[in-house]
Design a protein around this ligand. Structure first.
Ligand SMILES: [Zn+2]
Length: 397
């Protein structure tokens, strides 16, 4: 049994305890939480830390299988430039890909991550994920903008789905993004998702070019599809609407949905999403460091708060980030949006992610009976409850 205390405990539910005590069993299950109301009298065997204790992080969006592309791509190329680079570098020898993914898995673990929503386009990382100390929800991404490819693309996704299931990995088949999935493929994914009651995830509103495709079949993504992927777009009818507006009703309302990036999301989009599906089943995943890397801008996070949206945080992959650190993502948010209280950002990085990935029965919050892992955040401004450039995270449990 261990008894942990610190200046503050952020429970991941929006509550902050001053000098509270967490009592844990040897296997890390929380037996009790004592709210001392700041009066921590001498208590036998309490380990007291300077800083804040928070639950283990839940990283809502990552691509382990792109870890070998660390420091390969130039920054701020915009999404079409980034997509072209990924295609050119994707097919590397498998052992190099696995080796980089293994290092990334360790980096995540060391940086206090207990659960990840991880995108897979193939099965390269399945063995590694099934043996990891981190719990992964694997999103098998189907890809195919030409309608003729729908059948084959879905068959591949289903094949990987079965393989992941056989290894005991929680898994769902999901659409990559509006600009890479045909209506025919969306329909197959949706039907399967309803049957399986899957959690869905989709890259959304990462660039203005995906809107150009749907509005007028024009722009850089169109050039990417036709020139780099040799897709014939002659049968694609532009909708005259934004990408999100064009596809959101193709995603089943009854399933949970993680919308990833939301870099261009404005009030009109939020109203549209709210009209199409329940916001209680919709999560908005922020990957701020990746957004700065690729598009050199950030989503309007204050707007998301104003609308009381369910926000999560992800690191995205090492191909568009310098590190896989949830703390670094939180620091970026705090630097650019200084008015957001830290307690809220912690909830996005822990409790909300666990709910979105259906891991809230054990992860995401410091509550009796759960086994969420405990991180120490040290070197922060304890007076104003803010992260500093030198703030560190250490995994205690
Ligand atoms: Zn991504």
């Amino acid at each position: 049994m261990r008894k942990l205390s610190a200046h503050y405990i952020f429970t991941g539910t929006g509550v902050v305890l001053v000098k509270g005590i967490i009592i844990l069993s040897d296997d890390g299950t929380i037996i009790d939480i004592i709210d001392t109301k700041g009066e921590l009298d001498e208590m036998a065997n309490v380990e007291f830390y300077s800083g804040a204790l928070i639950p283990g992080f839940v990283n809502a969006h990552c691509h382990l299988e792109l870890s070998h592309l660390h420091n390969v791509f130039p920054e701020k190329t915009g999404l079409p430039g980034f997509l072209k680079n990924v295609i050119e570098c994707r097919n590397l020898e498998e052992d190099k890909v696995i080796d980089a993914a293994r290092k990334a898995d360790f980096e995540l673990y060391k940086n206090g991550v207990v659960a990840v929503g991880d995108i897979s386009n193939g099965n390269t990382t399945f063995q590694l994920k099934s043996k990891s100390k981190i719990v992964y929800h694997t999103f098998i991404e189907a890809l195919g903008f030409s309608p003729q490819r729908a059948e084959k693309a879905f068959a591949w996704a289903q094949y990987y789905f079965e393989e992941a299931l056989s290894l005991g990995l929680p898994v769902s088949v999901v659409p990559h993004a509006p600009y890479s999935i045909s209506k025919e493929l969306f329909d197959k994914i949706s039907e399967f998702a309803v049957n399986q009651q899957s959690i869905l995830s989709m890259h959304s509103q990462e660039s203005s070019e995906e809107d150009d495709l749907y509005r007028s079949r024009d722009g850089e993504i169109v050039r990417h599809l036709t020139e780099n992927l040799a897709i014939d777009l002659s049968s694609f009818e532009p909708t005259g609407k934004s990408a999100l507006e064009s596809v959101i009703h193709w995603l089943p309302k009854e399933n949970k949905l993680l919308l990833v990036h939301n870099l261009r999301t404005c009030q009109k989009d939020i109203d549209l999403i709210a009209k199409t599906r329940s916001l209680n089943k919709t999560w908005f995943v922020l990957c701020p460091d990746s957004n700065l890397y690729i598009e050199d801008r950030l989503p309007d996070i204050e707007l998301f708060r104003k609308n009381k949206l369910q926000i999560c945080i992800g690191t995205d992959s090492l191909s568009s980030n310098h590190q896989l650190s949830m703390l670094a993502e939180m620091q970026t948010i705090q630097t650019h949006f200084p008015a957001i209280p830290l307690v809220e950002i912690v909830t996005w990085a822990t409790g909300n992610g666990a709910e979105a990935l259906e891991m809230n029965h054990w992860a995401g919050t410091i509550e009796q009976g759960k086994k969420p892992g405990i991180n120490l955040i040290s070197g922060m401004d304890l007076q104003h409850l803010r992260l500093l450039p030198n703030t560190k995270v250490k995994r205690l449990i």
